[in-house]
Write a protein that binds this ligand. Sequence first.
Ligand code: INI
Length: 157
Amino acid sequence: MSGVKTIEGQLVLEKGAKIAILCGRFNSFIVDQLEAGCMDTLRRHGVVDSDVTIIRIPGAFEMPVVARKLADGGKYEAIIALGAVIRGGTPHFEHVAGACSRGLSSVASDTGVPVIFGVLTVDSIEQAIERAGTKAGNKGADAGIAAVEMISVLRQL
Ligand code: INI
């Protein structure tokens, strides 16, 4: 056994921890699948429904302001953002995806509350479907486990 002190997260939700999930309504046929995958994974890692609050918002662009309010409120130990930004024929995608990812990353670094990026940024509906419970897994499920792990890591630091 090495003498290196190692800190790593447990994959069972820490006692008393609460999680907020932000769901964009835009592309809801994809986001609903991310939400289902996320909740299924959370429940299989010790999360009970009363530990979770789901907040539905218009789209990915609105996520940072809502995440900031949640983080400042101090109630939640992790925020999971679930959305789907799908490229169209105009530069709109870049604005929405860029503002969402930059904004969420700033919320996490400014507040110390982990914001898990479960927002698909893809070129096509097919790529989104692949990541929402079909051949490339379910990014909502991945986001759920990342939240549980981050809560555990941060409690140890
Ligand atoms: N919102 C998304 O979550 N995904 C998208 O693909 C998307 N596109 O492509 O337009 C999108 N736009 C809406 C945006 O997030 C805001 O809700 C809207 O602009 C109002 O501020």
